[in-house]
Every structure is written in structure tokens, then in C-alpha cells.
Design a protein around this ligand. Structure first.
Ligand code: SF4
Ligand code: SF4
Ligand code: SF4
Length: 181
């Protein structure tokens, strides 16, 4: 009997949520429970559906169009003249592919970008667009699922660490605050 780990290992790890779940792992768990179809991952497309069908002994199905269509690999591009440096695109990027600090323009590291599109909606000035990954010998190759998974784990660990630090700071301020009789 395959495990959620076995199923998750076949998914692209972009965490794009297009399958209708908050990431690849929750989708893998839903498939294991028999609650989700094997044809809901547009980034993985036909190849992923085939691999899932073999693992789970199910019939291969066409990609469910409700979840999107299979297309060429995309990368995010930031119009650096329009970027206001608000940094709102940084936290949503599951693989930390955007470089920049508050009040400075931001840029996307093409070698790390999975094309998940999660940075588009938070940008208040709509200066991020998706474009096909250029097919030139100079273009860095699209990141592998294993690398995406490691970067996502590092991203989550950093967010958890920051939340812990903030909670600690808040608690220490509360302790130091003068008490009024
Ligand atoms: S890559 Fe596929 S499985 Fe992972 S979140 Fe996106 S649609 Fe879901
Ligand atoms: S830069 Fe945007 S499209 Fe690329 S991985 Fe990060 S959030 Fe996804
Ligand atoms: S959200 Fe948009 S404007 Fe803000 S830093 Fe990112 S790219 Fe620049």
C-alpha cells in the first residue's frame, strides 16, 4: 500500500495550489484517502497523472480542466521600473525565489522560480507577469521537485522561526511593561 510520502514524491512540489489543496502534500494525502482524483495537477500534467495511475493502480485520466491546463514552464518577471519595493511578494513565494528588501526593487531568481504564480496576486502595482521560460542555452534549467521540496521546507522553517521570535519579543515586552495599581 503506497504512503502519502510515495504519492508526494511524484508531485512537482511547486505548492501552486491549483489542485484545489493548499500544497502538494495535502493533495497527496487527499489522494491517499481516496478523496481527490489523480488528474488535478496542471504543472505535473500527463506525466504525473501516468505516474500516479501506476502507483495507485488507477486508470490514467485526462487532466481535469477545472484545475487548469498543461503548458510550457513559466517564470515570473518583475518590471523593475514599476516595482515599489513593498516586499509583499516575498512571503508567498514557497521557494524564496524573489530577492529584495523593503523599499528596494525586487527581482526573481530564474533558476529557483517554479512558475507557481503565487506572487502575482499580492503585488499591489501588478508589476509581476508570467512568461515562458526562455529556451536558450543560457537559461538556467527549471528547478527539480527535490530542490523545490527542500527550498519549501527551508521557507517554512524560516517563517516558523520568525513567528517564534516575534512571540518571544511580545512576551518579553509584556513582562517589562509597567503595571498600574
Ligand atoms: S504542483 Fe500540483 S500537486 Fe503541487 S500544489 Fe500545484 S497542483 Fe497541487
Ligand atoms: S517567484 Fe513567483 S512564480 Fe516564481 S516561485 Fe516564487 S511565487 Fe512562484
Ligand atoms: S509585490 Fe510588486 S511592488 Fe511589491 S516588491 Fe514585489 S514586485 Fe515590487
Amino acid at each position: 500500500m503506497p504512503s502519502a510520502d510515495d504519492i508526494d514524491a511524484l508531485l512537482p512540489q511547486t505548492q501552486c495550489t491549483r489542485c484545489g489543496y493548499p500544497g502538494c502534500r495535502p493533495y497527496a494525502e487527499a489522494m491517499l484517502r481516496g478523496e481527490a482524483g489523480i488528474n488535478q495537477c496542471p504543472p505535473g500534467g500527463t506525466a504525473t497523472i501516468g505516474a500516479l495511475a501506476r502507483l495507485l493502480h488507477r486508470e490514467p485520466l485526462p487532466l481535469n480542466p477545472v484545475h487548469g491546463v498543461e503548458g510550457p514552464p513559466l517564470v515570473a518577471l518583475i518590471d523593475e521600473d514599476a516595482c515599489i519595493g513593498c516586499a509583499k511578494c516575498l512571503p508567498p513565494c514557497p521557494v524564496d525565489a524573489i530577492l529584495g528588501s523593503r523599499k528596494h526593487l525586487h527581482t526573481v531568481l530564474m533558476a529557483l522560480c517554479t512558475g507557481c504564480e503565487l506572487c502575482i496576486a499580492p503585488c499591489p502595482v501588478d508589476c509581476i507577469v508570467m512568461a515562458p521560460r526562455p529556451p536558450t542555452p543560457e537559461t538556467p534549467p527549471a528547478p527539480e521537485p527535490g530542490a523545490n521540496r527542500r527550498r519549501f521546507a527551508a521557507h517554512n522553517a524560516r517563517i516558523a522561526r520568525r513567528a517564534e521570535e516575534r512571540a518571544g519579543l511580545l512576551a518579553s515586552r509584556k513582562r517589562q511593561a509597567p503595571t498600574h495599581p
